[in-house]
Design a protein around this ligand. Structure first.
Ligand SMILES: C[S@@+](CC[C@H](N)C(=O)[O-])C[C@H]1O[C@@H](n2cnc3c(N)ncnc32)[C@H](O)[C@@H]1O
Length: 267
């Protein structure tokens, strides 16, 4: 059994591809990718060509309008494992960080290891890394809670309003299928209603989209929660909710530490 799996993240735009990701793409016997952004796809294709390796295959072919996304994810995993079982060194390439809000990458590694194949993941630059950079948010200052939007509603999860909150996949909230041309936003009012249980309607949130191309600006729309539908929400929008009120430091606890002040950012 000489097959192996390396799961690679490409980041959000082409310039995010790390040296170790480039090396993995060049050296693998087979590459299967699911990359939304066209320049990065071209770059991966070019890397394969330069290395005189077989062309990469596109896992995006498993998506279809109206098809449940979970079915597509299982097909991606099945195809990746099929390649590994052919005793190939396989690189499975996903955009962003391949382990952040990405089921097929974790599941491929789990299954490959269960079958005795070596499998590892290389981190990539995630949308949330871009958000921290573009919005000037340091999660050390107030903490940061991250949730998937549909999961937040389904499980009636609690929000810690003293933290910054990142809500992923707001653009497809309530939808389990794939829609290539974008999702209808009929469940956003439900999301707004759920958020209003925690925040006042005028609390300002950011509907955020990291730039997919160098030299382009991110899309940063600040709106009151109650007016979220006024923002242009797409399938790649992420919601950032700034903290309401950061709790005061407990002076009794502080006294026990050997520090005069603590702002939460000192590391
Ligand atoms: C399936 S997850 C993939 C996340 C990806 N693995 C990452 O590390 O960023 C898709 C969600 O990521 C977020 N996302 C993807 N691209 C984005 C972008 N350019 N700007 C902001 N958020 C983005 C959105 O919340 C989107 O619904």
């Amino acid at each position: 059994m000489s097959g192996s799996l390396i799961v690679v993240g490409t980041g959000i735009r082409a310039g995010h591809l790390s040296q170790e990701a480039i090396s993995a793409v060049r050296t693998a016997d087979a590459v299967a990718y699911c990359i939304a952004e066209p320049l990065t796809r071209l770059l991966v294709d070019e890397l394969r060509k330069e290395a005189a390796k077989p062309v990469a295959e596109d896992l995006h072919r498993f998506y279809a309008d109206g098809k449940p996304r979970t079915q597509t994810y299982h097909q991606m995993v099945a195809r990746i494992l099929e390649l590994v079982r052919l005793d190939l060194q396989v690189a499975a390439v996903f955009y962003g960080h391949p382990g952040v809000f990405a089921y097929p990458s974790h599941e491929s590694i789990r299954q490959a290891r269960a079958e005795g194949y070596p499998a590892e993941m290389l981190p990539g630059i995630s949308a949330v890394d871009c958000l921290f950079a573009d919005l000037g948010v340091d999660p050390a200052t107030a903490g940061c809670q991250m949730l998937e939007a549909t999961d937040f509603l389904l499980r009636r999860r609690h929000l810690d309003t003293a933290c910054g909150v990142v809500l992923w996949q707001i653009g497809c909230v309530g939808h389990g299928d794939y829609q290539g041309s974008g999702y209808d936003l009929r469940y956003i009012p439900m999301l707004v209603e759920a958020l209003l249980a925690f925040y006042p309607p005028e609390h300002e949130v950011v509907v955020y989209q990291a730039a997919h191309f160098a030299m382009c600006d991110p899309i940063v729309e600040c709106v009151a929660i109650a007016e979220m539908l006024k923002a242009s929400i797409t399938a790649v929008s992420t919601l950032y909710i700034p903290p309401l009120l950061v709790p005061a430091i407990d002076s009794q606890v502080l006294k026990k530490f050997d520090i005069a002040t603590f702002r939460g950012t000192e590391g």
